[in-house]
Design a binder for this molecule. Sequence first.
Ligand SMILES: Nc1nc2c(ncn2[C@@H]2O[C@H](COP(=O)(O)OP(=O)(O)OP(=O)(O)O)[C@@H](O)[C@H]2O)c(=O)[nH]1
Ligand SMILES: [Mg+2]
Ligand SMILES: [Zn+2]
Length: 310
Amino acid sequence: MAQNPRRPSAPAPHAPRLEGVVIATFGRHFEVSTASGILRCVTRGKQNAYACGDEIELTPTTAGEGVIEALHPRRNLLWRSDAFRQKLLAANLDQIIVVVATEPGFSTLLISRCLAAAESEGIDALIVLNKADLSAQLPPARKRLHLFATLGYPVLELCALDGAAALAAQIEGKKCLLVGQSGMGKSTLTNALTPEACAATAAISIALDSGKHTTTLARLYPRGSGWLVDSPGLQAFGLAHLAPEHLAHAFIEFRPLLGQCRFRDCRHDNEPGCALTAASASGVISSQRLAHYHAIRNEIAAARKANPGR
Ligand SMILES: Nc1nc2c(ncn2[C@@H]2O[C@H](COP(=O)(O)OP(=O)(O)OP(=O)(O)O)[C@@H](O)[C@H]2O)c(=O)[nH]1
Ligand SMILES: [Mg+2]
Ligand SMILES: [Zn+2]
């Protein structure tokens, strides 16, 4: 059974404490930014479920180290899960930025997964179409994203190499997470938009003498009064923690139709009197989105079957 990642750790009775924000997680170690600098922290007991963006209290121990004592309540938490495991992505977000590119190709199903995860936590989502300079693939990429634009999700086209500033206005003062498949340009955007990330990458470049940096760890970079989390490329984005009715609600265009099916427990899978099937047949909702819904719902059902205790 997966632990509830919302449960805060028990506060310890003794002070003095510092407040901080988790900026990176390494298994059972956490890097925390505080007013007295960045500390490398461990946790007490078995509590080890912290994510970038978590606001915590810690007790400093030896130089540069500390122990996390308490977790402040989370405004929201983005996480992914399959039948047996869960991975916290980031907490206390204002916005999720789903990054896709003209090249390499991207999955619209993965976009729907990211959007559903965002909607289920009430977090705004923005789609970035990067590498607009690779113009041969630009029209087909635009065409595939049109679906999401018609749902009301903003789609911002840019070139991270010289036009990342186009994103600056959208993230000003906000706490944002960049997600998406590998190679889409999340780190390039982070480097262009946060000076600290740029400096860190330059240092790695010199050390490794290579131009390619596949991100292996999520990391938070401050930016004005907000911050930006750069995350490793996603292959899968399991939503096993969402109940099927919550999943349907996370597809925003389905919302006005929910509750209108003939059967209360309708699976929206060709049952008689299904409002979603009818809406898809008449073009009110897209058949592609309904197919995305079915793919994710079937996966959730399989995960629950594989681990009924979750
Ligand atoms: N032509 C072009 N190339 C870009 C652009 N943005 C990024 N790239 C290149 O795309 C490659 C991948 O960029 P990254 O920023 O490392 O991609 P990522 O999304 O962080 O990838 P992961 O860390 O593996 O998830 C790099 O070689 C970048 O130089 C762009 O706007 N135009
Ligand atoms: Mg990266
Ligand atoms: Zn139905």
